[in-house]
Every structure is written in structure tokens, then in C-alpha cells.
Design a protein around this ligand. Structure first.
Ligand SMILES: Nc1ncnc2c1ncn2[C@@H]1O[C@H](COP(=O)(O)OP(=O)(O)O)[C@@H](O)[C@H]1O
Ligand SMILES: [Mg+2]
Length: 276
């Protein structure tokens, strides 16, 4: 995706000084896959204007998995839309270099009249992949998300978790380097979500994906992220960042995940209380 610039300060080492509380050093900043510098977003004008995001700066390293958490309405979805290029910031700069960016939402948004395979093939077709190759790649992607046996089912014949797996395969079909995920597992039951966490972790490390993952589930963030970034209440700004130590396999109910989640929850509560 190309660089978008609107009244923004230049990105680079100079801009890093504005990364309040960030622990990322200059080398990380230079090697970032996503760089957001002083992003603001205002919807509407005059008295009815909604200030959704306020001078937010954040960088996500190549191959890093960053979770964004914050109160409802603090601008998380707005931010993802901006990174995806679906929306423009009112001010600030977004830089994803030449990377290909894919986005996934809570609703899988599959075409109901197409089978799982056809839904994935459609994404490949949009990238002008030839027919035989489309078939082969779609089969491979459905295998990756453990849905090979369900390739010929339509969305209504699949469970919620399976539909999200198809959506994930479709996102992977875009050969993205950066995956943006907006509460993708928010509508799933806890067991299904657990399984999908394991799968997502495996897929991301196999493909060296950079992920920006939005959730309001603090435990999920502590389970999945290399780093958890906490946003303020609206307008969203970065108020705290938590590095998550990588010490072997993590489970959502493990003591280390629970400990970090409770620390983040306390900070989030404090922030929400401050804003009533
Ligand atoms: N298209 C839009 N037009 C006007 N206001 C919007 C629009 N999209 C979001 N907002 C407002 O911006 C704020 C942030 O929304 P959003 O990014 O969806 O928050 P989150 O995803 O953190 O819950 C909210 O107050 C929301 O009502
Ligand atoms: Mg949202």
C-alpha cells in the first residue's frame, strides 16, 4: 500500500520521540511493517463532529503480533480501516511500505451462494490467478485452516468457527504480509476461540505475518500478542504498552496470561472510570 500523508509530521527517528511510553528502539522503528505517525480522525464537522482518534503514533515491527485493546468506541476499528486504506486519517501519516494488507472482521462476510472453496477462489481470481492454479491454491489454503473436508459446503452448512476459518483462508489468499483483524473471534464460543488462537499462532509464524489484532477481550490480547497496546477512551491515544515475554506455548488460562490480563484490565478500568 502506498504512503498516505495529510498534514502529518514526517515518519522516522524524529517522529519516534512522540511514541509516548513505547519501548521500541530506533532499529525497530526503522524496520517497522506498519508506521502510524500522529494519526487523528474526526468524523463530521461542527457541533456534531466526533473525534475518534487523537494524534496516535504506533509502529509494528515486521513479523510482530500486536494486539490493540481499549474501551468500546475508542477508535480501534477506525484505526484498522485507516491502516487498510479503507478510510483516510484527518491528519497524520500511515506507512505500510509496499506491503500487501488484508483485513478480517467479526462477521466473515462470505458469499452465501458460494461454497467455501469458491469463496476462497474468488479472492484468488481478484488477484488474476489462473483457474487451475486457483483450484490448487484454494485447496491448499483450506487445508491450512483444517477445512479440506468442508470445501464444498456453503456458509450456512458451516459452524461460526468454520466460517471464520474460511474468512481466514480468504484473507491468506491475498498473499498479505500484514493481516489486520477486527475482533475476528468476538462472536465465537470460548472453546472454538481457543482452537482458533492456536491455529492463528501457527499460521502467523509459518508465514511470518505481521498482525494488528483488535479485541476488547484482554485475555485474548495477552494470549496472542507479542505486545499489547492499550488505547485511551475516545479519542483513542496510546496510553500504555505491554511486552509479552515469549516463553514457550501460551494458553488463555495459563497463570502468566491471567496475570498480565489482570494488570491490563486494572489499567483499562482506571481509564474508563476517568471518562465516566
Ligand atoms: N463512519 C462514521 N461516521 C461517524 N462516526 C463514526 C463512524 N465510524 C465510527 N464513528 C464513531 O467514532 C468513534 C470510534 O468508533 P470505532 O472506531 O468503531 O470504535 P471501536 O472500534 O473502538 O469500538 C465512535 O464514537 C463511533 O461512533
Ligand atoms: Mg470496533
Amino acid at each position: 500500500m502506498s504512503v498516505m500523508q495529510r498534514n502529518g509530521a514526517a515518519a522516522g527517528p524524529g517522529a519516534r520521540a512522540q511514541l509516548n511510553g513505547s519501548r521500541r528502539d530506533l532499529a525497530d522503528w526503522g524496520g517497522a511493517a506498519i508506521r502510524l505517525t500522529d494519526i487523528s480522525k474526526v468524523y463530521g464537522r461542527g457541533e456534531g463532529a466526533v473525534h475518534a482518534v487523537d494524534r496516535l503514533s504506533l509502529s509494528v515491527g515486521n513479523g510482530e503480533f500486536v494486539c490493540l485493546v481499549g474501551a468500546s468506541g475508542c477508535g480501534k476499528s477506525t484505526l484498522l480501516s485507516i491502516v487498510a486504506g479503507l478510510d483516510m486519517p484527518t491528519a497524520g501519516r500511515v506507512d505500510t511500505g509496499e506491503r500487501r494488507v488484508a483485513i478480517m472482521f467479526q462477521e466473515p462476510a462470505l458469499f452465501p451462494w458460494l461454497t467455501a472453496r469458491r469463496n476462497v477462489e474468488l479472492a484468488l481470481r481478484a488477484r488474476r490467478v489462473q483457474k487451475d492454479e486457483r483450484r490448487r491454491r484454494a485447496a491448499e489454503l483450506l487445508e491450512t485452516v483444517h477445512l479440506a473436508e468442508f470445501a464444498d459446503k456453503r456458509p450456512h452448512e458451516l459452524s461460526g468457527g468454520m466460517r471464520q476459518r474460511v474468512a481466514l483462508a480468504r484473507a491468506l489468499a491475498q498473499d498479505a504480509d500484514v493481516l489486520l483483524m477486527d475482533e475476528p473471534f468476538g462472536a465465537l464460543d470460548a472453546m472454538t476461540r481457543d482452537l482458533l488462537h492456536d491455529e492463528l499462532e501457527r499460521i502467523c509464524s509459518e508465514r511470518e505475518l505481521t498482525v494488528l489484532f483488535v479485541t476488547h477481550n484482554v485475555r485474548e490480547a495477552a494470549r496472542l500478542g507479542d505486545r499489547v497496546v492499550l488505547l485511551s477512551s475516545r479519542p483513542g491515544r496510546v496510553i500504555e504498552e505491554y511486552d509479552v515475554p515469549r516463553t514457550g506455548p501460551r494458553r488463555i488460562d495459563s497463570a502468566s496470561v491471567a496475570g498480565l490480563a489482570s494488570k491490563i484490565t486494572d489499567r483499562l478500568r482506571e481509564e474508563m472510570r476517568r471518562h465516566g
